[in-house]
Write a protein that binds this ligand. Sequence first.
Ligand code: DAH
Length: 339
Amino acid sequence: MTETIKEHISEIEAFTANTKDEVENFRIKYLGKKGILNGYFAEFKAVPNEEKKAFGQAVNELKDAATNKVQKLKEELESREEEKGVYGDLSRPGEPVEIGARHPISIVKNQIIEIFSNIGFNVSEGPEMEDDWHNFTALNLPEYHPARDMQDTFFIQTNPDVLLRTHTSSVQVRYMEDNKPPIRTISPGRVFRNEAISARSHCIFHQVEGLYVDKNVSFADLKQTLLYFTKQLFGKSKIRLRPSYFPFTEPSAEVDIYWGLETETDYRITKGTGWLEIMGCGMVDPNVLRNCNIDPSEYSGFAFGMGIERIAMLLYQIGDIRMFYENDMRFLEQFKSSI
Ligand code: DAH
């Protein structure tokens, strides 16, 4: 008899359970009213006197083993439940991760940087708060030069020497002051103009400036570089350069790309011509090189400048420049990009 009790005890020790029901069934089997333990208690009277002691001890051991086991299993299951409370159901499917969107201005800026970095241009930056020298004078716009009126300037308080830069051309000057040719750099950044805000213009916008200075840089180099750029960014391979005027370049030109006249939108945005103006450019004026301590008899260079908003509006067919600054999630969420 004691042998079978010992077998029960080892059975109890080996037992494991995953659910409350399994624990409960186990409890009923051993400790329930009609359970194994009570069965042994009922037999106690019939046990011969000399065996009673050993039998009683064995039954007590069985009782302790079963009671402890039930207690232990219950605690284990409860602590597992607590974990579930913290982590939820660990086997449930994962929640979809929302991919963030980049601002369209950043996407286009990064595209432009990538295109130019592939042909050896680095990226440079300058301050948004500038002095008169870097924004105007060094760029061949001395005081009282009428071309200063081309760009309505925000001055800082009453000091006319400190202003918010009106274009990224100021970075050209800083870069040439600090670096010797050969120079190949593009300078993206924010610029500021005292202009009324409308669907087409804003008082804050972004530009990318390009500068290439070396020996024997020619207008043909400029044209090829721009052609490469427009092919890469727009997938369009027809451009034209219209003579224009900028104080810091001579000769100067405005660059148009042939957009085409396939859709009604094409007609509208090109005013029926098929051509779109995308930037200004030219050969760096010798005065500008001299102002930056570069000898114009030894070196020549080209420069160009474009507005990022305008290009983003073309690429994404955005009709109102104000959309870029309104932080409307419904607008921004549409721009998922890997760049
Ligand atoms: N700075 C000019 C503007 O803001 C753009 C520009 C034109 C930049 C010609 C250049 C250039 O570097 O060569 O309108």
